[in-house]
Ligand binder design. Structure first.
Ligand SMILES: [Cu+2]
Length: 184
């Protein structure tokens, strides 16, 4: 219209069109969420385990002597890490290829993130909670491990590594022994 006033019927039509687009996008996103959940097993962790972040270093599962990789009786590996501003401890985790792996992590201070590109490992690490992720590496190599939750001024430097080696190169560990690749 020359005076700039748009007729009500046209406004209603345009709004309906945008509403349809928006509902369509919502449906597409819901389908993506459900499909990735079902086909790729990408879903929120179901276990809720709490832990006191103020006494981690004193004793228990996340005491310093207990961090790193441990071999379970069934041959599987468990890697325990503590995340804190601005590092993971240990900062290099050694694991074997084609072996069931369980990561157990917790934080001493704020929320951090634990992500291994090209794997299903992607979790938040929260103080007060234990995050557990299970995986199996099909290829040896160095997997870079960035913290992917903004955790403060040094966040961009919070990088660690996971070194996955062929089975025969992985040391046979005694039940109380821990392994890492921190010195390498
Ligand atoms: Cu961070």
């Amino acid at each position: 219209m020359p005076d700039g006033i748009v007729p009500a019927a046209q406004v209603a039509r345009t709004e309906k069109r945008w509403l349809t687009v928006m509902v369509g996008m919502l449906i597409v996103m819901m389908v993506v969420v459900v499909l990735t959940g079902v086909t790729n097993a990408i879903h929120p962790p179901s276990n809720v385990e709490t832990i006191d972040p103020t006494t981690l270093h004193l004793a228990g599962e996340f005491a310093e002597s207990n961090l790193g990789t441990v071999q379970e009786r069934d041959g599987s590996l468990t890697a325990r890490l503590v995340a804190g501003q601005y590092a993971f401890v240990p900062d290099c985790v050694k694991l074997a290829v084609d072996t069931p792996v369980k990561f157990r992590l917790t934080s001493t201070d704020v929320i951090h993130g634990f992500l291994l590109p090209a794997t299903n490992v992607n979790t938040m690490v929260m103080p007060g909670f234990v995050s557990e992720v299970r995986t199996r590496f099909t290829r040896p190599g160095i997997y870079r491990m960035p913290c992917h939750e903004f955790c403060g001024g040094g966040h961009h430097g919070m990088w660690s590594r996971v070194s996955v080696v062929p089975k025969e190169q992985f040391p046979a560990l005694a039940p109380t022994e821990r392994s890492s690749c921190v010195q390498q």
